[in-house]
Write a protein of this length. Sequence first.
Length: 221
Amino acid sequence: MDQSEFETLLADVEELKKAVRRNNPFLREVVSSRFFAMISIPFGLFLIAFCAGTQIFIVRRGSFSAVPAEWKIASTAVFGLFILVGALLKWIFLARQARRVEAGANFWTVIRSVYGGSWLNLNLPAILCMALVPVLAILAGHPWYIVPGIAIFSAFPCNGIGLIVQRPEYFAMGWYVLAAGLLSLFFMESMPFVWSAVIWGGGLLAFGIVGLAVKDRGAPV
């Protein structure tokens, strides 16, 4: 590749980035908010604490089956509530942001913007893989591989959103969960809760820290 071809390639890449930014103003306005970065840090810390507490019980009792039933019930309830609260907060905030940016828009408008159209060709294969991973892991008798499996495939839509909205926190989380998920494949079953904390707790912290570190919310990557 000579100098002129290299310069042409750079120009094409830059034009692609400009086209992405130009064609997705609605989505950039909705998701480029410090709110997601702020809530991801306490959620990440909670997940790390939850997994660490369970791992301590396992080490002291010798196995997960020996962990007190009260802890299993309480932790499952708290973890379920944690996921529910996170989903509701995301739904409410996205719906409110969508209405603020565009009259008549709602949560599903945001979902269609992220996963619909031509982006469906990028996101749908990853979503299908994430849906299939739990089935295969359970049938194979290795259910803990659900955690890294979903993390690895979630990196693709996460980076896709980062490309659409040009925000570094999405790239940070996407690459982090991909790397942590791949690494955990070698150790997941020996320390499942530790690696669950590393993957998802660490991913949320990476998202929050990078998101808060970037002061200009409208600046492209």
